[in-house]
Design a protein around this ligand. Structure first.
Ligand SMILES: *Cc1c(COP(=O)(O)O)cnc(C)c1O
Length: 406
């Protein structure tokens, strides 16, 4: 109340916004680190970080500084010109991964769209017509453009928009025999998240990954890792593939890459990249100097041994705290995930109640997420202070206590 002198209210959302979201009742107005304040100056601990995006917390001073400096230099030039921050950032990404080449976009869906188009064009150039099958996984999520949402593993998100892009097949995640039965010379690409985020925090198993890699090689299919959510330190490695025994052919990155500023990247090898020539694909804003200068600081900060060790240490603190909550209340059947991409699945008794707990937590001043109806999801800033973890867990404890006692 005190703070809301702007006259803007949550009701305005229903009046002027397309109704494809159902945002919470409160409107956040500022943030610092892992804390956020709403219009009434109520404080929240942030275990969501804008859905695994604000990986360095809100208004991280070096990012604010970079944004200010670059905003006085050059914002946008289009891709008819290149720019220094884009070239520096691309070099950093190449030096930190399997990749030789980078394409910049503005969102995860756009990076995935580029990856899928590149894979189709590569297959056409190298092997001719008919090699166009894309294999993807149930519960996978790859964004909301029509191509990416169709490759995603939830038909309800892609139904109802007319004819879908074709030659896309889905099987269960980690189901090797289904995969072996499906892949063939017709397969152009396999797209997967190394750890499914939106679909419920589901890890891939190592043997499955190794077998998928081998079969992709056997049938000349490209392996695309969607690391939009798992990338940029989220799982405790710079990219999640880096703690597996395999490498993808194409990798997409977004969310944490800009730490809250929109930017995405598609990474690949020179051989594959060469299937795009001048004019094959493009983006007006992709790789603009403002976004790239910010992402440079993000990469420099996160791709650091001590920083990544910190993510793993905080992961253990998080898991232990969730384990303690479970000892107290016995509400979780599983606590899983990697790094600071964690999920707690509700037991049989509490099916469908993840959203209720999320709302109760918000009442106590804690922002968390869900992944489906039965999983609480935690994706805090990677540099969240330990005292904010314990303060947030106390709020979660209180929220659960109140929820169970009604
Ligand atoms: C969030 C997400 C996307 C979509 O990213 P947008 O920036 O919303 O387009 C794609 N893939 C995965 C794995 C994601 O988590």
């Amino acid at each position: 109340m005190a703070n809301n002198v702007t006259g803007v209210t949550r009701e305005d959302f229903d009046n002027v916004m397309v109704p494809n979201y159902a945002p919470a009742a409160m409107i956040p107005v500022r943030g610092q680190g892992s804390r956020v304040w709403d219009q009434d100056d109520k404080e929240y601990i942030d275990f969501a970080a804008g859905i695994a995006v604000s990986c360095l917390g809100h208004c991280y001073p070096p990012l604010v500084d970079t944004l200010q400096k670059q905003s006085q230099k050059l914002w946008h030039v289009s891709n008819l010109l290149t720019n220094e921050p884009a070239l520096r950032l691309a070099t950093k990404l190449v030096n930190s991964t399997f990749a030789d080449k980078v394409f910049f976009a503005n969102s995860g869906a756009e990076a995935n769209e580029a990856a899928l188009k590149l894979a189709r064009r590569y297959a056409l150039n190298k092997f001719g017509e008919g090699k166009d099958q894309i294999i993807a996984f149930n519960k996978g999520f790859h964004g909301r453009t029509f191509f990416t949402v169709t490759v995603g593993g939830q038909a309800t998100y892609s139904d109802g928009f007319g004819p879908k892009p074709g030659a896309i097949e889905h099987i269960d995640f980690n189901d090797l025999s289904a995969f072996e039965a499906l892949i063939s010379d017709k397969t152009c690409a396999v797209m997967m998240e190394p750890l499914q985020g939106e679909g419920g925090i589901n890890s891939s198993n190592q043997q499955f990954l190794i077998a998928v890699r081998a079969l992709c090689d056997k049938y000349n299919a490209l392996l695309i890792f969607d690391e939009v959510q798992t990338g940029v330190g989220r799982t405790g490695s710079f990219y999640a593939y880096q703690h597996t025994d395999i490498k993808p052919d194409i990798l997409t990155s977004a969310k944490g890459l800009g730490a809250g500023f929109p930017i995405a990247a598609m990474l690949t090898t020179t051989d594959i990249a060469n299937s795009f020539s001048v004019g094959t694909h493009g983006s007006t804003y992709g790789g603009n100097p403002l976004a790239c200068s910010i992402a440079e600081v993000v990469v420099d900060t996160v791709n650091d041994h001590a920083f990544l060790a910190g993510v793993k240490a905080k992961s253990i603190i998080f898991r232990n705290a969730l384990g303690q909550l479970n000892e107290q209340y016995a509400i979780f059947s599983d606590i899983r995930g990697e790094g600071l991409l964690l999920g707690a699945e509700l037991t049989e008794k509490y099916q469908g109640q993840a959203i209720t707990i999320m709302n109760k937590a918000a009442e106590e001043g804690l922002l968390i997420l869900v992944a489906g109806a039965n999983v609480l999801r935690f994706t805090p800033a990677l540099n969240i202070p330990e005292e904010d973890i314990s303060a947030g867990m106390e709020k979660l404890n209180l929220a659960i206590k109140k929820w169970l006692s009604v």
